[in-house]
Design a protein around this ligand. Structure first.
Ligand code: IPE
Ligand code: IPE
Ligand code: MG
Length: 253
């Protein structure tokens, strides 16, 4: 595995990796277990991947932990996930601080049960002085919720005379998203074999490289992360231009 890690070009790392951590339920079912068993094991992967990203020097890691639509799941699963969230945060804050990792949350925290919301806020506060990797948890998050919210707030500010609608630019909109001050992800990984984005960072993923793997989230480890980064480093990102324009050394006027 060290060999694989050594082949990563540290000068061309993605600044921001976003992950749709999918497949906990299917993983559990394959073991003949309850879905929550999969979520518990998924936490091990979170630890491993946070550590892996921090070791490499990734600046931002965003993890899709719970979507707006996930509130529609059976009540037993939702409450089990909330308990797991609170339990994990409590256990991990010290480790985050030891590793200088700052926690952020994007999503509608008002939807969380009060005990989970206050635990989250406390963890945000307790890690707010850290200056190393930024760990962004997408919690009760969906991109459509985020965009509707942004539009609503822009309209309210325009109405209140705080901004001129004629001067709205992409920068204005970006300032109203949950991800303001966070660069767009360069690499987005989805585990467990489905090829979709499920309402995740729809605006921010405009030019992100997408990587899909069959590996279920509870089985995803640093080795799989390195594979995804190496795949990313083999791609040519053109941003709408042509190959010769983006290849250094070959100047096209
Ligand atoms: C991802 O795993 C975790 C959450 C969405 C909370 P799933 O629970 O979606 O697992 P599958 O997709 O049913 O296997
Ligand atoms: C996306 O997974 C959300 C998270 C991983 C938190 P889902 O399992 O909810 O997505 P769908 O239902 O397969 O699109
Ligand atoms: Mg799923």
């Amino acid at each position: 595995m060290q060999d694989l890690k050594d082949t990563i070009d540290l000068k061309r790392l993605p600044r921001h990796i976003a992950i749709i951590m999918d497949g906990n339920g299917r993983w559990a079912k394959e073991q003949g277990q309850d879905r929550l068993f999969g979520h518990y094991h998924g936490v091990e992967s979170v630890r491993n991947i946070v550590e892996g990203c921090a070791e490499l020097g990734i600046e931002y890691l965003t993890l899709y932990a719970f979507s707006t639509e996930n509130w529609e799941r059976p009540e037993k699963e939702v409450s089990g996930l909330m308990d797991l969230l609170v339990d994990t945060i409590r256990k991990e804050v010290d480790t985050l601080n030891k590793n200088n990792i700052r926690l952020h949350v994007i999503g509608n925290l008002d939807m969380l049960p009060p005990f989970a919301k206050s635990e989250m806020q406390e963890a945000l506060e307790m890690t707010s002085h850290n200056t190393g990797m930024n760990l962004v948890m997408a919690l009760s998050y969906s991109s459509r919720w985020e965009l509707v919210n942004a539009v609503k707030n822009i309209a309210l500010d325009a109405q209140a005379g705080k901004l001129d609608a004629n001067n709205i630019t992409s920068d204005t909109l970006e300032n109203y998203l949950c991800t303001r001050n966070i660069p767009d992800p360069e690499l987005m990984i989805r585990t467990s074999g489905d090829f979709r984005v499920s309402n995740f960072l729809l605006y921010q993923l405009a030019y992100t490289e997408l990587y899909f793997t069959e590996t279920r989230w509870p089985d995803f480890r640093k080795k799989n992360l390195y594979e995804a980064i190496l795949d990313f480093q083999g791609r040519e990102r053109r941003f709408g231009k042509i190959s010769e324009q983006v290849n250094k050394g070959q100047h096209i006027g």
